[in-house]
Design a protein around this ligand. Sequence first.
Ligand code: UT7
Length: 324
Amino acid sequence: MRAKITATGAYLPEKVLTNFDLEKMVDTSDEWIRQRTGIEVRHIAEDEPTSALAAKAADDILKSSPLNASDVELIIVATVTPDQPLPATALFVQQNIGADNAFAFDINAACSGFIYALSVADAYIRAGMVKNAIVIGAETLSKITDWTDRSTCVIFGDGAAGVLLEATAEDRGILSIVLHSDGRYTDLMKVPAPGSREPCSEEAIRNRDIYIKMKGNETFKMAVRNIASVSKEALDIAGMDFSDVDWMISHQANKRIIDSVAKRVGLEDGRAIITIDKHGNTAAASIPLALDWAYKAGKIREGDIVLLNSFGASLTWSASVVRW
Ligand code: UT7
């Protein structure tokens, strides 16, 4: 028994923030942002919490499936920007779409969240615990972005996307998944407060500890190396090589990271999907956003081998091989 992706869906909030808008907010330029990151625009959620974005992505997924919301058995939302500490964002999604027969929970693995969530749903399906699952990556990073810090605020964006996984006896779907984390690097990228380590306080707000802090340069260097190696691990398990890959869909953190990985593994001929220009770094949402875009653009076809890979705070990295 395998889990196969039978539908994809996405949602981006209406408001668009361009690089030129950012020029008016911090000391930056459209040229710097394009050259150093590949980003042109990002979307910003105004009155919508993360669950609203995720629910719209779920609606979009179900639009292209014969299943109804009441048929859905499991909902997993990967996010670092939950609606609130309690309850899980996935429960608001469940309520919002009317998936009354599902059970739902969140996963936090930062930018690797989507592949981590996929691995859980895949395991539940292969174990026969559920026949289907909606897996969504959803973020409103604009809420934890320090809009006075040019080294981070030009990068992030909001959005949600995901897939419907269904049990199949066919030799297709998720062929392998490899997950890694390393807790020695929790300082590379973090939002220090509020939490049990640093509860909500005026001091936390004054110190801007409620916003993302990132050592971008160090993260960049580790990303390229680790994405390439975890991808090889996932391909080895599937009995494949980089030459078998039709499409590589990476976490969209920085176009230069994706280009470097593609060059390192011999996929620099257009097989690496790039959507960061359209939505910036949306953490857990970025892989399913790119997947949805590539599928609906007619690039990914039945039988194609799709390599998903990610790198995120702090540190998590992962890869999965999917036969479409
Ligand atoms: O999502 C998963 C985890 N995150 C990542 O994978 C992010 C990985 N890192 C990156 O994408 C890049 O490191 C950044 C895009 C964050 C930064 O790009 P960089 O090429 O590594 O820049 P840098 O930090 O080395 O800074 C180079 C220069 C500095 O100026 P000086 O010291 O050379 O004069 C920065 O102050 O660029 C300056 N700079 C900027 N200039 C204009 C930093 N941010 C900006 C900016 N606009 N927005």
